[in-house]
Write a protein of this length. Sequence first.
Length: 399
Amino acid sequence: MGIDVASVRADTPGCGKVLHLNNAGCSLPPTPVLERVKAHLDLEAAMGGYEAEDRVVEEHQGVYGSIARMVGCAASEIALVENATRAWDAAFYALAEGFQPGDKILTASNEYVSNYLAMLQVVRQRGIEIIVVPNGPGGEISLTALEAAIRQHGERVKLIALTHIPTNGGLVQPAAAVGRIARRNRIPYLLDACQSAGQMQLQVEELGCDMLAATGRKYLRGPRGTGFLYVRQSMIERLEPTPIDMTSAEWSAREEYKLRNDARRFEISGGSVACQLGLGAAVEYALAVGLDNIAARVTMLAEQLRQALANIHGVTVRDLPGSGGQPRCGIVTFTHEHHAAGAIFERMRDQGINVRVTPLGSTRIDMEQRGLTAMARASVHYYNTEEEIARFVNALAAM
């Protein structure tokens, strides 16, 4: 599949210490990312933070270009922020400033908790309505139902918000098809790519999104405390973020200010330059490995894991299949009829295996619809091996 697995594992110090199947939470970073962060922290310690930043201006600006190449946009359409929630909120709350009572947001049943909480807050503040579009036969958002909701509510639909890959399973939403519908109806489209960035190709023109939020710490293998926001240039000019400061705007006269004309109007001063340089290194690392190569290997490993789990007595794989030929991603969720998800997490941790619990509150609507309260989650990445999957499956079977 074009990946030298032995080489990338040698590049990943954590691979020698733990069996890491929590890549949907936070991946193990490769050595170039670690070294870039540490080197800049050493420089800050030696000469001061601002002075160190002055030394890396060109490289720091290059981070915007690296992300832009990865998602297929202009560097001026990228903002660097602390995490995916900060990115999503920056776009959403700026757009929500124009919402009026009775306006509608269309979303899917597996929308992520942080996003849905923000929408609920705007419901309370502005009297809008969230409409959860029904699922299609494979658990993905129904495109037919989405178009029907748009016809029903017309110009009152002010936003389509979609999580590309839900946190609680392997489903990949038909994001590009949703984007075509959004564009055809001239509805702003905000895509949460928190779990898909670094796991597969993300080309914003193909996806049709006006805004895209992502984190660095998950499948991109970057540092915690990093993320980015893409905003289409035509949308930037429509949005005024809150709050603003000297990074996002200019104090142009005593009683006036002027917002930047690029996506950096969504940034706030004081971000970690060291971590942002690490994010740039992570993006370049992913591009060098090849996002198509990554997607192919992750898909293969995840399907191998699902098949092995299905052969364990008492285990039920809970990943929704989707439809339309879209393969499932690297997130694998399951339940055990004899062991709670928390007990599985603890037993695996004691054996040096990292998995996670996805609780009811992470994707409440979807979990309630399926009668689930918690699931165990194992999420693979391209540096995982078939032998690691077998070790995990054997440890689970031994319970």
